[in-house]
Design a protein around this ligand. Structure first.
Ligand code: MG
Length: 173
């Protein structure tokens, strides 16, 4: 069950303690897009996201958008945020996670993933061994396939909370 438990859990991407990540040796942050940065129906980054990414770059992080969505969905984010993107990443599959690590030459201790889904972002990141940060989804809208994942997620969260491994709404870093 531990593979479903995030290393950190915060309300939103704006609540994450990035200084702590930096001090832990994290150099690269992979962000999920849909419902982590913006709702699935929002087609461009908001000013708040632009500001966050500028701050993170200023702190010295490499920021990568790592999404299961296709290239055409990521394009306006790539352009406006001036970041690298990995599209159709097929999380929780390990393959594209490992490709990012090898392409940019990072070890598992230098990379974090931040996302809103246990079944994709957290599970994938934990399988690879990188730092995983869960945030609450920014909207209630979900893609069709995500709805299925949310159902599984609910079951997993129920099991985790029974074992006191993870409790929804109880934030930690
Ligand atoms: Mg998501």
């Amino acid at each position: 069950m531990e593979k479903y438990v995030p290393d950190m859990y915060q309300k939103t991407v704006y609540d994450v303690n990035y200084k702590k990540l930096l001090n832990q040796g994290i150099k690269c942050i992979m962000f999920d897009l849909d419902n982590t940065l913006v709702p699935p129906n929002v087609k461009e980054p908001t000013d708040k996201v632009i500001e966050l990414f500028n701050d993170l770059k200023r702190m010295g992080f490499r920021v990568i958008i790592f999404s299961n969505s296709p290239k055409r969905r990521l394009k306006p984010f790539k352009d406006k945020l001036e970041v690298d993107c990995s599209a159709s990443s097929r999380k929780p599959n390990k393959k594209k996670f490992l490709k990012v690590l090898s392409d940019y030459n990072y070890t598992i201790t230098e990379v974090a993933i931040i996302g809103d889904q246990i079944m994709t972002d957290v599970l994938g990141g934990n399988k690879v061994g990188i730092l995983t940060v869960l945030v609450n989804p920014v909207s209630k809208k979900d893609f069709f396939l995500t709805k299925f994942n949310r159902l599984l997620e609910k079951i997993i969260i129920r099991r985790l909370s029974r074992k006191s491994l993870f409790i929804k709404g109880k934030y930690y870093e």
